[in-house]
Design a binder for this molecule. Structure first.
Ligand code: ADP
Length: 868
């Protein structure tokens, strides 16, 4: 056995090997140690190998899914080795091969690799989030990325520049990434596969075979890197499924310009799908998501992670949301209908992957039936914008299939296929007959029981059934003798502690009828299952389109619901570089405040070509970050197709969104935080265009005051003058306000605060102009810093401020500093004051005494420093 195990383990490589032994999956050696640690189960040992006991642990087959889920979460990959023959078959084989039957070892084979990116089990997947697998391959100067969600079969191919890879991967958020093993700059934690898996010709050929196409031209324009990545992805799926490929829809090419680009730092700082601490609660997604279905939530998460870059497509989504927004009744109807719709996308994925159950067929049936009813309600409602009309059409067209499934299946089919009982009565007469036969036999057995009780005068006689004996007659031990008699018609089978068990000819006959009819019925159900599955598989693309349409409709209705709930508005999307938000709010902060009964103060933002950079000052805790982020989120929501938390919004299309937060807010990250801040800021300066929107929050604060201010100064100038993009910049460096003199499209703003009876009141209201002072000490007092410390700080501050007013402050002279674009101006020659004086003296008009006095004066002037 060890030999067989070790051979399979070699095949499994770095995956943990689940080795099937009867009702358990066993793990040995290192695998056992790892699994016992992750799963917190007992580590035992078994036999010896090379003179040492073999560590072992095991999990029961019937509850293996839960354990698998935990191992996958713990970052493991698992190879499942199943028994591929029964012990009887093994014995028969041993006999044929002439080995003693005691040595017969059941054949086993790895049937599947379970990895984070290749899960389809309902129990292992979160219904509300996508489970993506990505293959990434560098090719020449570019990188190809193929992604797929195998639970629904969706597949996308894209290509990007190497420096844009991080942003792309951040957007995709794959659970597992596969790369060629020889790639040095591979993303962290990626699974490595042979380079030969990533050949573009193979990728192309496999896509053609899978989709039965002679050419891929009809699907879109796929570049070599995209096809190479597709090749790597399919080869990996093939490996994981041991030759069985999951359901894959035709690939869609994703073009870079189709989306609003955001890098990983921006995503993290905007807390789109999860907060910086990794929780869904508190993220934008959690705050916006009112979807009725898991598929809708997955679609919404994807939309928010990849907002669109195309104004028309965005408008189409807004129109759909608006249709539901203005029709609360239609919205409520649809949303309640959607709530009961099963996840047909994922059920279909399992069916196509060959792991479907009767319940999955039932879900497809119910889902398609409900989809048709939804289509009818949409049609009745009428006046549908394009997107909804299109989605509505995709909901129908499955009449023949649903008729078939309606007739064939019982109302709630079981998850187990082996036990049968899922084909509805009336669908197959032969099956009905078989069922009747076994039903009759069961009745006959009940009648036998009554007759035997009477014949033997033993009212406690029972006919029972168990797995080992089948049907048998049982009487309490004290009545056993009566049935033992040779002519009683009963044959003895077993004597237990308190009971004796018998058989009889009549019972044997009926039991045989049940067993035979049962076996035939099971076989018949099994073949119906195959037929029905085949029907579903043959219509998989249409079913997947229906699933996608359901998700899209759910998202639109949910966004309309959210807009109605929060009084959001439809943004107007424009091409010019403006961002005009009236009464904008931060949806997450607003919701958090509402919980404690506080009101959020709405603020306006007005960026345009003439005034595109707002420098925002004011006290800490005054609401600067909140204002910055709310505007970034408004852009993101708008381009994702949502209404926005504002009274009105006119938004010029944004190509890239950047958000950066000064280092000291990110201390938890450990690395040299200032370094991180600068690396991230550098990325903006390299990548932003005049159509981008940038928010910079206290950038420069991670270092000393002078360095920090100098950097902040230079960054503002670069954003203003070189990039020319829309930008909100929060800072507590007063000195930066001098930039308003040299940067014509920059304006000064501050969050208002008032001191009232010695206490600081933060108004969270944005106003024009520079902040008058920093209120830092008042904030310290507000935060509970002891009074003597605050007093002492005030004394120090007074001294500092006095010094500042005398010298002109830290930034004295910076206002005159030429912008770096103009800093190459030719230096002026220093003025020669002494020469000037000498040239103007009229020597003839001087007395000798005056001349001597002048000479003294000039000498003094030449040796002393000038004071001007
Ligand atoms: P800053 O960046 O100026 O230090 P924040 O934006 O972090 O300030 O805001 C601090 C706190 O003030 C927030 O956590 C929130 O509770 C509150 N706040 C911010 N903006 C508003 C607003 N517009 N209305 C009401 N409360 C706000």
């Amino acid at each position: 056995m060890m030999e067989q195990y070790l051979a399979l383990k070699r095949e499994a490589g770095d995956a943990l090997l689940f080795y099937r032994m009867g009702d358990f999956f066993e793990l040995f050696f290192e695998d056992a140690k790892v699994a016992a640690g992750v799963l917190d189960i007992a580590l035992t040992s078994r036999g010896e190998h090379d003179g040492a006991p073999v560590p072992m642990c095991g999990v029961p087959v019937h509850s293996a899914e839960g354990y698998l889920a935990r191992l996958i979460k713990g970052g493991c990959r698992v190879a499942i080795a199943e028994q591929t023959e029964t012990p009887e078959e093994a014995k028969a084989r041993a006999k044929r091969e002439g080995t003693p039957s005691s040595k017969a070892l059941v054949a086993r084979d790895i049937v599947r690799f379970v990895t984070a990116g290749t899960l389809t089990e309902e129990a292992l997947l979160d219904p509300r989030s996508a489970n993506l697998l990505a293959a990434v391959v560098p090719l020449r100067d570019s990188v190809g990325i193929a992604t797929c969600e195998i639970s629904t079969g969706r597949m996308e191919l894209e290509e990007c520049a190497p420096e844009a890879l991080d942003a792309a991967l951040a957007r995709i958020g794959a659970r597992e990434i596969v790369v060629p093993e020889d790639w040095e700059d591979r993303p962290e934690g990626a699974t490595m596969r042979a380079r030969s898996d990533f050949r573009s010709e193979d990728g192309e050929a496999r896509l053609k075979t899978i989709h039965g196409l002679a050419t891929l031209d009809g699907l879109g324009n796929f570049s070599r890197p995209m096809l190479a990545a597709a090749g790597g992805l399919i080869a990996y799926l093939d490996h994981a499924g041991r030759g069985t490929l999951p359901f894959l829809l035709p690939p869609v090419a994703r073009s870079g310009a189709a989306h609003l680009a955001m890098d990983a730092a921006t995503r993290a700082s905007l807390e789109i799908c999860e907060t910086q601490s990794g929780a869904r609660q508190g993220s934008l997604l959690a705050c916006v998501d009112r979807c009725s279905t898991g598929a809708g939530s997955r679609q919404l998460a994807e939309d928010l992670c990849a907002p669109l870059g195309d104004r028309e497509a965005i408008g189409a989504r807004h129109a759909a949301v608006q249709r539901f927004h203005r029709d609360p009744l239609l919205r409520a109807d649809l949303r309640s209908a959607l709530r009961g719709v099963p996840d047909i996308g994922r059920a279909l994925g399992r069916i196509v992957a060959g792991r479907g159950s009767p319940r999955d067929l039932g879900q497809v049936r119910d889902g398609l039936n409900q989809a048709r009813r939804l289509r009818d309600s949409l049609r009745r409602a009428g006046d549908l914008p394009d997107l909804l009309a299109r989605m509505g059409e995709a909901l129908g067209g499955h009449g023949a299939l649903t008729d078939l499934l309606d007739r064939a299946l019982v109302p709630s089919p079981p998850t187990e296929r082996q036990q049968g009982g899922f084909i509805a009565p009336g669908y197959d007469h032969a099956l009905d007959d078989l069922r009747e036969t076994s039903g009759n036999a069961r009745k006959a057995i009940a009648a036998l029981e009554a007759r035997y009780r009477a014949d033997t005068e033993t009212p406690s006689l029972k006919i029972k059934h168990n797995k080992v004996l089948g049907y048998f007659i049982e009487v309490p031990a004290k009545h056993g003798d009566r049935l033992m008699a040779a002519d009683s018609g009963f044959t003895h089978r077993q004597t237990m502690a308190g009971a004796v068990r018998f058989n009889s000819l009549g019972l044997h006959e009926e039991a045989t009828r049940i067993a035979e009819a049962g076996a035939h019925a099971l076989a018949a159900e099994d073949s119906h299952f195959e037929e029905l599955t085949g029907e579903v598989v043959s219509r998989r693309e249409a079913i997947a389109a229906t699933a996608a349409a359901l998700a899209r409709i759910d998202v639109c209705a949910a966004l309309a619901e959210r807009a109605a709930e929060g009084d959001w508005c439809r943004p107007e999307m424009l091409e010019e570089a403006c961002l005009e938000v009236t009464g904008g709010r931060h949806p997450v902060v607003e919701a958090a405040l509402a919980k404690s009964g506080e009101r959020f103060v709405a603020n306006d933002c007005r960026l345009g070509p003439e005034d595109r950079l707002w420098l925002i000052g004011g006290p800490n805790m005054g609401g600067k970050s909140t204002f910055l982020r709310q505007n970034a989120l408004i852009v993101l929501l708008a381009q994702a197709g949502s209404f926005v938390p504002a009274q009105a919004a006119r938004i010029g299309m944004v190509d890239r969104l950047f958000s950066r937060v000064g280092a000291s807010d990110n201390l938890a990250r450990g690395r040299s935080t200032f370094m991180v801040e600068m690396v991230e800021t550098a990325a903006i300066l390299r990548q932003a265009t005049d159509r981008s929107f940038v928010i910079l929050d206290e950038v420069g604060r991670g270092t000393s005051t002078y360095d920090g201010m100098a950097l902040a100064w230079a960054v503002v100038e670069a954003v203003h003058t070189t990039l020319g993009c829309r930008c909100l910049f929060a800072t507590h460096y007063h000195e930066l306000s001098r930039l308003a003199d040299s940067c014509e499209a920059l304006s000064l703003h501050h969050v208002r605060a008032r001191e009232w009876k010695g206490a600081l009141v933060l108004l969270h209201e944005l106003a024009r102009g520079a902040a008058d002072r920093s209120y830092g000490l008042s904030v310290a007092k507000l935060a509970g810093v002891p009074e003597p410390v605050v007093k002492r700080a005030r004394a120090v501050l007074d001294k500092l401020e006095k010094g500042r007013s005398e010298t002109g402050g830290l930034a004295a002279g910076l206002g005159d500093l030429p912008l770096f674009a103009a800093s190459t101006r030719i230096e002026e020659k220093p003025v020669d004051v002494l020469g000037e004086r000498l040239r103007t003296i009229d020597l003839d008009a001087l007395t000798p005494r005056e001349a001597l006095a002048l000479l003294y004066e000039l000498k003094r002037e030449a040796t002393e420093p000038r004071s001007d």
